[in-house]
Design a protein around this ligand. Structure first.
Ligand code: MN
Length: 198
């Protein structure tokens, strides 16, 4: 799974005559740091898609409860198919009958640093994915500081846990998933986009 550096699964699930989701990784990332994005996705089940740029794709997890800033909270993160880099800007409506039908907003985005290591030995993102133990430092608009993703179950549909690391940015009282619902690129909420589309 960790090595699927192509978009075959992504393409197979979608009809690009029907959905306005991006097809390829055409975007050039300017900075030297890789990007992350968290998309709030109101589909059949509301969830947050957590995506980390690795090379020219976005490695992706669906997090039903969304990320927490409280280190004692472990959030289930279901590994999903790699998405094209251009998906990082995608916001809008996925039409009825299409995979993931519903509304998407860019809930948070920014850059990240891979801090994955074990006993002082640093790992590349590819190695960390393989090992099922990833740590990153996020520099987003809502989320900052260290996060860990730990794989708890492999197989066809790997399950992970997303956790905030104990650091200066940890804050058990903040609950950005409920208190900061707006898109960081348009300022819109899921409901705003639903009204526009109605
Ligand atoms: Mn989704």
């Amino acid at each position: 799974m960790a090595e699927s550096k192509n978009l075959k699964d992504y393409h197979q699930k979608r009809d690009f005559d029907q959905t306005s989701e991006p097809k390829e990784s055409l975007k050039k990332t300017s900075g030297e740091k890789p990007i992350f994005v968290i998309q709030k996705h109101d589909a059949s089940n509301l969830h947050y898609d957590f995506r980390l740029q690795v090379g020219d794709v976005l490695k992706s997890w669906a997090v039903p409860k969304g990320p927490s800033t409280d280190p004692s909270e472990k959030r289930l993160a279901l590994e999903t198919e790699d998405h094209p880099l251009d998906y990082a800007d995608f916001e809008g409506v996925i039409p009825e009958g299409q995979y993931g039908a519903g509304v998407v907003i860019v809930w948070d985005t920014g850059t990240y640093e891979n801090t994955s290591e074990k006993k002082g030995e640093k790992y590349s993102m590819e190695e960390a994915l393989e090992k099922g133990h990833i740590t990153v430092t996020l520099q987003g608009k809502k989320l900052t500081g260290g996060y860990a993703l730990i794989r708890t179950q492999g197989g066809e549909n790997p399950k992970w846990l997303l956790m905030k690391k104990k650091d200066d940015e940890a804050d058990a009282r903040r609950n950005p998933v409920s208190t900061e619902p707006k898109s960081v690129i348009s300022g819109k909420t899921i409901e705003d986009i639903k009204k526009e589309d109605a």
